[in-house]
Every structure is written in C-alpha cells, then in structure tokens.
Design a protein around this ligand. Structure first.
Ligand SMILES: Cc1cc2nc3c(=O)[nH]c(=O)nc-3n(C[C@H](O)[C@H](O)[C@H](O)COP(=O)(O)OP(=O)(O)OC[C@H]3O[C@@H](n4cnc5c(N)ncnc54)[C@H](O)[C@@H]3O)c2cc1C
Length: 391
C-alpha cells in the first residue's frame, strides 16, 4: 500500500461487519484483560494470537501478499475503536505494519514475495528500528553503521525505544552505509533485520504508560546479513524509505489519539451521569457540562480530521499535511480529554481501580511518536506557506 495506490472504500455493509467483529472481540477478549495486563506490564500473548486470527497483522498488506488489503480509512476506524479501550495493543500491529509498509512500498519483488506473507499471518512480527540513544527527531544523526563485506553487510550499533523489540523477531533497520556522505541522508540505508547471531535485546524500557507492548534497546554487535536484506537492493535510499511511510504512520497515530479522546469522553460522560452531588448528577452542573461539550467537540473534530487524511490517502493523493494536522490535533485532543475526564472523576480518576488513569498515562505518547508535535506544527506551517505563497 503506498500513497499512490488507490484503495477504494469498502462497501458500507462489509465495513460495518468487520467493525462489528472487532467490537465483539474487544468486548469479549480485550476489556477483561486490560487492567491486569496494564498494571503488571504483561505482554498480552493470548490477545496477540487472536489478533493473528483476525488478520490484524496483515490489515494494510495487499491481498496478493496474504493481507486484508484494507483501505486506510477502515484501518483507522479499527484503530480508533480498539484504542478507545486499550491504545497500547494497537502498537503491536501498528508498528509491525510500518515494517511491512517499508517492504511493500520499497522492497524488491523477491523481498515482498518472501517476507510479506509471513508478516501478514503474524508468523514473523516486528517493527521499525530508527531511533538511537543520540538521535530521534534528527534521524540523519544516527551512528549505526553497516559495512559491506563480500555478499554480506556487517552491522554495529545500538537502537533504542523500539516497539515490539523483545517479542518481535524482525525489524526495518536504519543504518549508515556511508557515514561520510554529504548530505547525510544520502549515506543511509534500510535493511530487513531478522533476529539472529549478533542481534540482542539490551534492555526492556520502563514507561509511564503504553504498557504491555515491549519497548526495548536493541544491540547489534558484528551482526552479519546478506545483501538481499537491503530494502530495494540499492544503498542510499534509507532515509527516504524510513520516512516514506510517514503519511500512513501519522494517520495511525492520529487514530490512536482519536480513540483515547473518545474513550476519555465515554468514561467521563458516563461517570457524570451516575455520580451525584448536591442532589443531582454532576452532568447537570454547568461546569461539568462545559467539559463534556468541549471533549465531545474535540473528539469529533479529531475523528473527522483523521478520516479526511485517511480518505485522501486511499484516493492516492499526497496528504502529508492533512495527516500531520490529524496527528497533531488528535494527539492533543487525547491529552486534553484524558485530563478533563480525570477531573470529572474526582478522586476516583486518580485511582487505579478506574480506567481513566490508564488513558491519562497513554495519551502523551501520541504527542511524541511519528514526529513530535513540535515538529508537526513546523512542518504543517512550511507546507501551508508553500501551498499559499503571498500574493
Ligand atoms: C513508547 C515509545 C515508543 C517508541 N517506538 C519507537 C519505534 O518503534 N521505533 C523507533 O525508531 N522509535 C520509537 N520511538 C522513539 C520516538 O520516535 C522518538 O522518541 C521521537 O522521534 C523523538 O525523538 P527523541 O526522543 O530523541 O527526542 P529529540 O529528538 O531529542 O527531541 C527532544 C525535544 O526537542 C524537540 N525538537 C527536536 N528537534 C527540534 C527542531 N528542529 N525544532 C523544534 N523542536 C525540536 C522535540 O520536539 C522534543 O520536544 C518510541 C518512543 C517512545 C516513547
């Protein structure tokens, strides 16, 4: 699936049936496990097996390679729904699908034939390994080096914050194949890196939220892989390939933000109708009504911006600015709605026996991933000005 690939919308009935099946699964299997797994930071192994059966690991992979071939708009609706209950588990298939996208969009035909069916079934799962201890936003500052040695490359260096780093077995790995290149991005390449000798997990990272999914440091020590693992078979394309999935990546994160914003609204509005003070439900106090009105508006605006970007993506249009706006707005909406909902809950919002505390801890990640919101606004401004030059 690429931004040039046109993915027609599913017939309404087909999409409804799919979303209904996801909702049933969430109610039956996900909700009963969320608090325990989140509080204990446990990997949801049984849920992952069910995700395989639902086809989520191949959701956006083309049908010819064994995936569901869903349009971004349907995929975003799935992510919104699941995230409104438990955002972290969407990262298990989201990050994996970004690896698959890099291979499907930029890989050679033999790389696609070999890897994509394995990714689609969930037999091989993984993610995107870009960030290093000294380079996140400034990706061109990475230090990991791959040196050509006959028909192999030998890779050394460390990645950090890699989602699925422990449970996953294969990653799209961004390296420098020419550290002296000027400009720096011309010396970067992206590899398909399966776990094998020379590739170890440094440590699991402890986090504020986004529990259950493993975030890890990955260490590469004389890790040797064949040249056939270089995505697209040509050096120097890595920066372009690693950032080439950013439209779908931002739509993914926006959809997670929408889910949290909607989930926080649902929890807060529900509580406000049950909790009584001064003889009436707190929803009837104007101060609480104002909060619910603002939260509902933010959640709806976030949903519409995200679907607007996803539908443009499905039409094969360039939509990086729309996707950036959706990601920025929806993630801020997640943050604001989660704290407002927590306020509505009073002391219970601060309790681990209520779900809102989880949404409050999960929301900030959506402001960081797929480009921080500081960068997002700068990029939106540049694109806006480019498209609207002064008369
Ligand atoms: C839970 C979690 C999961 C993650 N999963 C992955 C993953 O699977 N794969 C992966 O590769 N990475 C992953 N990351 C890393 C994430 O992509 C980076 O954290 C992110 O890109 C920001 O990089 P940084 O943390 O190094 O911050 P820095 O780049 O050091 O930025 C620090 C601050 O400076 C600001 N800043 C930086 N440059 C500028 C500028 N030019 N103008 C204005 N402001 C600027 C930033 O917005 C930020 O506020 C994950 C991170 C987290 C927390």
């Amino acid at each position: 699936m690429t931004s040039k690939t046109i993915r027609p919308a599913l017939p309404a009935e087909e999409e409804r049936q799919l979303l209904d099946a996801i909702e049933k699964w969430v109610q039956k299997s996900v909700i009963p496990q969320v608090r325990h797994h989140d509080h204990e930071d446990l990997y949801p192994t049984a849920i992952v097996e069910e995700m395989k059966e639902l086809g989520l690991f191949g959701a956006t992979i083309s049908q010819e390679y064994g995936g569901l071939g869903l349009p971004a708009s349907t995929y975003a609706r799935i992510v919104m729904n699941v995230s409104s209950y438990w955002m972290a588990i969407t990262g298990i298939f989201n990050s994996h699908l970004m690896l698959a996208l890099a291979v499907e969009k930029f890989g050679t035909e033999s790389q696609k034939q070999y890897w994509l069916p394995k990714f689609a079934s969930g037999e091989v799962r993984g993610g995107l390994a870009l960030t290093e201890p000294d380079a996140g936003t400034d990706l061109q500052g990475i230090r990991m080096v791959a040196k050509r040695d006959g028909d192999d490359y030998v890779i050394n260096g460390t990645k950090t914050w890699i989602s699925n780093g422990i449970e996953g077995s294969c990653f799209a790995l961004l390296v420098k194949t020419d550290p002296a290149a000027d400009p720096r991005h011309k010396g970067m390449s992206l590899f398909i890196a399966p776990k094998q000798e020379g590739f170890t997990v440094g440590r699991k990272l402890e986090k504020l939220g986004y529990k259950c999914i493993d975030s890890a440091e990955l260490v590469f020590d004389n890790y040797r892989i064949g040249v056939d693992h270089l995505i697209g078979g040509v050096e120097g394309q890595g920066f372009y390939q690693a950032t080439g999935g950013l439209e779908l990546g931002r739509i993914n994160v926006a959809a997670r933000g929408v889910g949290i914003a909607e989930g926080a609204l649902r929890l807060g509005a529900n509580y406000a109708q049950i909790r009584k003070t001064f003889g009436k439900p707190i929803a009837e106090h104007q101060a609480i009504g104002l909060k619910i009105g603002e939260m509902a508006t933010r959640a709806r605006a976030a949903r519409l911006l995200t679907l607007d970007a996803a539908e443009a993506f499905d039409r094969g249009e360039r939509c990086d600015m729309q996707a950036g706006m959706a990601k920025y707005f929806a993630s801020e909406a997640a943050l604001e709605n989660s704290i407002e909902s927590m306020r509505i809950h009073g002391a219970y919002g601060y309790s681990k026996e209520y779900d809102i505390e989880r949404l409050y801890r999960d929301a900030p990640l959506t402001c960081i991933g797929e480009g921080t919101n500081e960068m997002q606004r700068i990029i939106i401004a540049k694109q806006w000005i480019r498209q609207n030059p002064a008369a």
